[in-house]
Design a protein around this ligand. Structure first.
Ligand SMILES: NC(=O)c1ccc[n+]([C@@H]2O[C@H](COP(=O)([O-])OP(=O)(O)OC[C@H]3O[C@@H](n4cnc5c(N)ncnc54)[C@H](OP(=O)(O)O)[C@@H]3O)[C@@H](O)[C@H]2O)c1
Length: 359
């Protein structure tokens, strides 16, 4: 594995680190954009941080924003008003330090661009954008303005996952030769759901593959070759896909994601001397690692998490902004751009296109 690909351990996931809710500096005022499923989950974890203030939430609907603000205790809320989008009103609020973007991915680019242009630091849900061109543009704006920008790949910040990297890089498993990782569930086919809506970036590839890919990147780094197959529905979004990554040293990673198959959602990393397998939850948040190395009996290491598990990425975002960093060494924007290029390559192979590609 090329050492330059190694994922940095964030301070919050180091052995003996304080709880991720412990303050690391001045309080930050958060603005949460959109009021759907992940916004609710992550807001509960933002509220746990000692140095986080729930300042504002926005929605397309003023009523939804107000209800969300009441539920979680935000100081203020913004809905669409007089032709101005709720998110635009939120990013124009001078009190907001950092925004967390939770719209469907088809809208990430426009919202993140507005936030950066308004001078806000940004944490944006995965997948970061629809394509690499959008990601490159956002990275350039953030760099030009000296603002923090990160894709919310929370898996990279978990102590369990960083322990897996430690085992993998220690040599205990020998040379890593093969990674297999999957994520999938049967999602009822509903054109109104963002999962199936082409305008929202629907399909299994963009929604799920970032998690199996995290295990390939953490174990083997970015690949030298990519080959893929995928099944598209009549609206042109992928129902499922399989991606094989090839490495110059002969190693492979096989990744699959699906909206039409119920899958174990686990990662297996195999080396010349042993293997590691995730458990105790899906591969995006494993609370168990099973390790078999050499002649020793297999052992199980277990982990506890604080809050819903998002507290670790939130600690890293907070620490980085407090320290004046414009990106997290654990989830640098360059990795996001490379990931979007990799996904662009997969999409070209399976014939998956979105309206954003034409822009
Ligand atoms: N990190 C994780 O664990 C995780 C988990 C799930 C999803 N995600 C990611 O988070 C994002 C949102 O997923 P979700 O499951 O929360 O989706 P969701 O439940 O459908 O919520 C998305 C919200 O975005 C707003 N929205 C919907 N359509 C929109 C449009 N056309 N333009 C602008 N805003 C729109 C709506 O809020 P308003 O009505 O308030 O405007 C909606 O409630 C996706 O990119 C997804 O990949 C991450």
């Amino acid at each position: 594995m090329n050492p330059q690909h190694r994922i940095d351990v964030p301070p919050c996931a180091e052995a003996g680190a304080p709880s991720p809710i412990t303050a690391t500096g001045r309080p930050l005022k958060w603005g949460v954009i959109a009021t759907g499923g992940i916004a609710s989950k992550v807001t509960q974890d933002i509220a746990l941080l000692e140095d986080a203030v729930l300042h504002a939430v926005s929605s397309r609907s003023a009523d939804s924003a107000a209800a969300f603000a009441d539920r979680f205790g935000f100081a203020t809320s913004y809905g669409n008003d007089g032709g101005v989008a709720g998110y635009q009103r939120l990013v124009d609020d001078p009190e907001v330090d950092v925004v967390y973007i939770t719209t469907p991915h088809g809208q990430h680019y426009d919202v993140a661009r507005a936030a950066l242009t308004a001078g806000k630091h940004v944490l944006c849900e995965k997948p970061f954008t629809i394509n690499a061109a959008e990601a490159e543009d956002l990275a350039a704006i953030a760099a030009e303005r000296g603002l923090f920008l990160m894709e919310a790949v929370w898996t990279r910040f978990l102590p369990s996952v960083n322990r897996a990297w430690e085992i993998i890089h220690s040599g205990e498993l020998g040379e890593i030769r093969w990674v297999q990782a999957d994520l999938g569930f049967t999602a009822p086919e509903d054109p109104a759901s963002r999962l199936w809506d082409p305008a929202a970036g629907g399909g299994a590839l963009l929604d799920l593959t970032v998690y199996p890919l995290t295990w390939a990147l953490g174990s083997l780094g970015f690949p030298d070759s990519v080959s893929a197959v995928g099944t598209l529905n009549s609206d042109g979004v992928d129902l499922q896909n399989a991606v094989t990554l090839g490495y110059g040293n002969g190693a492979y990673a096989q990744l699959s994601s699906s909206f039409i198959a119920s899958c174990p959602g686990q990662a297996t990393v195999c080396g010349s001397k042993g293997w590691l397998k995730t458990g105790g939850g899906n591969l995006h948040n494993p609370q168990e690692l099973r390790i078999k190395a050499g002649q020793a009996e297999a052992r199980v290491e277990t982990f506890e998490q604080v809050g819903g598990g998002y507290t670790y990425e939130l600690r890293e975002v907070t620490r980085c902004i407090q320290e004046g960093l414009t990106e997290s060494p654990t989830m640098p924007i360059g990795d996001t751009v490379r990931t979007m290029r990799l996904l662009d390559g997969v999409r070209a192979q399976i014939g998956l296109r979105y309206a954003n590609d034409a822009a």
